[in-house]
Design a protein around this ligand. Sequence first.
Ligand SMILES: Cc1ncc(COP(=O)(O)O)c(C=O)c1O
Length: 448
Amino acid sequence: MESSNNADEDHAIADNLEALWMPFTHNRLFKKKPRLIEKASGMYYESSDGRKVLDGISGLWCSNVGHNHPKISEAVKSQLDVLDFSPPFQVGHGLGFELANELIKVAPESINHVFFTNSGSEACDTAMKIALAYYQGLGEDRRYRFIGREKGYHGVGFGGISVGGIDANRKHYQKALLPDTKHICHTHNLSEMAFSKGQPRWGAHLADDLEELLKGNAASEVAGVIVEPMQGSAGVIVPPDGYLEKIRAICDRHNVLLIFDEVITGFGRLGEWFSPDRFGVVPDMITFAKGVTNGVIPLGGVLVNDQVFQSIMVGPEHLVEFFHGYTYSGHPLACAAGIAAMEVYRDEDLLSKARRLEQELEHQIHTLQGEPHVVDIRNLGMACAVEFSSKPNQPSVRAMEIFQKCFERGLMIRYTGDIIAIGPALVASTKEIEFIIETIREVVRDLA
Ligand SMILES: Cc1ncc(COP(=O)(O)O)c(C=O)c1O
């Protein structure tokens, strides 16, 4: 939204916006020139100044079937009149069980239980607690450490930021992080893999870093390794060919649980329900959120394999096996949204559509090679990123300006550092993908 020229009006807007402390936002700058959204439908938002803005990032990697899908909206509205809430502890409701059953149908065969949370952050912390409970069930309570990956994002809980590897998310909390958490090296290497299409050929050997961290006696204290199969928040960092396979083999060799954080990569983003169908690598647990309800009502969860689940289902039956849960775990409205969203993915054949569109997106995004300041372009599934060289002494300003100018020209993208990320809904048309790429091209040229 353009700010008004009238000083009084500007002041009124600023006063109005002051109470809300916005997450992951430069609050002071934003409130000087706010971008406000009023409506959404399909691929588009409408801003408060009445402009159409194409959503190039599926909300926040979540509105995978497009906004305000009538089937999901209808399911939530009618559920509201039937059961608004029921406690998830010691009482159940049908929709929770139904959604869990639907989820395990599309998960890898070995994974057959679901624990519901409300967000991806809670899903990651929950998966870490499950790993600890698993080893305690096996009598191996020396296993309490975790290994994450540099540049990894696993939400904002203390577990998640401990295994997460994005410095900005950790810097204020260093001393309060889980002790003894380690990180394997990331796989982002411009000199070896810049402008790769899909999975880079180079880099599988980087998984050997995990072997280093587990060698000797070290593995006997490690409960789990958590990685995003494709790193989303750090700017679409695609796993090299063979890399995830190696990570799995090393975890197996050292009897360490492997957790895939699929909060972004699940629900069609990589053209499959979950990444094992894309990469052929099956973890012990999968965390999910976002696309499960199409972002309509918050819901997340952890998909857990049978071995892990059974090791915790022990002890006297009248005792709670796992002391963990949220008031809103499996909220009826969220489950109604989840069941409806899964029907939409199926009925509209959106996974196949995503696989077809991936080719188009790959082709088009790579035409930005050679535009000013572009140093890398990466893509996989319906996700891609363009990395720019930073302005001298002003890291992340270039990508921020591109983001702002794109919004002014009717396109919503995301930026992190000097990287812009694009992840359109799986219902995008070829024309809409073209609009995304051409808008970015114009903006980048204008700003050069
Ligand atoms: C891989 C991954 N894990 C966890 C999260 C955290 O999810 P939430 O913001 O729902 O807590 C995100 C959010 O973007 C994510 O991308």
